[in-house]
Design a protein around this ligand. Structure first.
Ligand code: DSN
Length: 425
């Protein structure tokens, strides 16, 4: 019997996505073929292990699927090794920690309250519970990563691993500088490029692979694939811990990472998601993906300029990637209220702490705005003013339901110009 209840809910979600302005910086709209690969028979297959080395029979086809995903991903980032099995970015980071750290080892990452990520050492997360976490931040005046502070803490604490990457940082990273201090103290460098990976793939941001030993990413943000994670290296290396296999050989870092993903942390890989990752990586290798990312960057810069024009305070003054972080304190509205009010007008984004925030993470003083999803819908730089005008109208009339309702109608008719999944009913 058809599960009408559930499929009606999915229709409602499609309607919501079609009629709203999606500005959550970590979201995107995949192609229909990505969705089709994800909703495929590959979900039925158990395949613990890796292509050619599985613990189950009948894996000959999923072997080909997984190998295709690996080969395409390596090509996208000019990497020599990749693991496409992590179920998420958090799982990818977990596997790296499992492979490279012992419980209690020191790690150094960007503070969550300054734009970092939970898995980079937050006390609420496994990374802060199992390891001794230290944090660098951003400069109060410029909003840029405080590399002097990073270097100072690195030299003093000598962490086993330095983590770069963020979930709410609108500028590029100086990977070379981070590697230089890491080499001084013998630390590994992990770049978590979950957010800007698409721009990195398109060559529009600094390339972390030459300087960072290991790179992790999600696949569903700017990479525009299915929800999931990956781990990559451009240059494999002998593990720095001298771990030997039964024949007395030192295991390479790639072998340790593969073992950390399976059997270390996960069981059966999600081969249907890996199939969808293969599709997305194929799309990234098409020249149209670079054009998409150029539009992402243009849209973000134009949107940032429109916000600044209206007196909004952007952390670091602007953006070089796909997102911006806005401090709303001069607009007398909290991040929480901004998010909730914009939701009522079908403009979706998230509240976000800003550096040196005086409000709790549940309230926050800021909002994070990203353009990957609206750029996929087809919005161009000339549409950014309209989007910012609608956001501003809502925020400046946050207690006026009539105005909010009227913006909701404008949002709906505006977005109808940009069809989403027209093939779906
Ligand atoms: N939740 C993701 C984001 O929104 O950036 C990070 O994991």
């Amino acid at each position: 019997m058809r599960d009408q209840l559930l499929f009606d809910l999915l229709s409602k979600e499609l309607k919501r996505q079609r009629e709203g302005i999606e500005l959550i910086a970590s979201e995107n709209f995949t192609s229909l073929q990505v969705i089709q690969a994800m909703g495929s028979v590959a979900t039925n297959k158990y395949a613990e292990g890796y292509p050619g080395k599985r613990y189950y029979g009948g894996c000959e086809v999923v072997d080909e699927i997984e190998q295709l995903a690996i080969d395409r991903l390596k090509k996208v980032f000019n990497a020599s090794w990749a693991n496409v099995q992590p179920h998420s970015g958090a799982q990818a980071n977990t596997a790296v920690f499992l492979a490279c750290l012992k419980p209690g080892d020191k790690i150094l990452g960007l503070d969550l309250s300054m734009g970092g990520h939970l898995t980079h050492g937050s006390p609420a997360n496994f990374s802060g519970k199992n390891y001794q976490a230290f944090f660098y931040g951003v400069d109060r005046e410029t909003g840029l990563v405080n590399y002097e502070q990073l270097e100072e803490i690195a030299r003093k604490e000598k962490p086993t691993m330095i983590i770069c990457g963020a979930s709410a940082y609108s500028r590029d990273w100086d990977y070379k500088r981070i590697r230089s201090v890491a080499d001084e103290i013998g630390a590994l460098v992990l770049a978590d490029i979950a957010h800007p990976a698409g721009l990195v793939a398109a060559g529009l941001l600094n390339d972390p692979f030459d300087y960072c030993h290991i790179v992790t990413s999600t696949t569903h943000k700017t990479l525009r694939g299915p929800r999931g994670g990956v781990i990559m290296m451009r240059n494999d290396f002998d593990n720095p811990f001298g771990i030997k296999d039964p024949k007395g050989n030192i295991r390479s870092m790639s072998a340790l990472l593969d073992l950390a993903v399976f059997p270390g942390m996960q069981g059966g890989p999600l081969e249907h998601v890996i199939a969808a990752k293969a599709v997305a990586f194929g799309e990234i290798l098409d020249p149209s993906f670079k054009i998409y990312q150029q539009h992402v960057k243009e849209n973000a810069q134009k949107m940032a300029a429109c916000f600044v024009e209206k007196g909004y305070h952007l952390i670091s003054g602007g953006t070089e990637n796909h997102l911006m972080l806005i401090d709303l304190r001069n607009k007398n509205i909290t991040g929480k209220k901004a998010q909730e009010t914009l939701d009522r007008a079908h403009i979706t984004l998230n509240k976000n702490s800003v550096p040196f925030d005086d409000k709790s993470p549940f309230v926050t003083s800021g909002m994070r705005v990203g353009v990957p999803a609206i750029t996929t819908r087809g919005l161009k730089a000339e549409h950014m003013q309209t989007v910012v005008d609608m956001i501003d109208t809502v925020l400046m009339n946050a207690d006026d339901e009539k105005i909010i309702s009227s913006v909701k109608e404008q949002v709906k008719s505006f977005m109808l110009q940009f069809p989403l999944y027209p093939e779906l009913s």
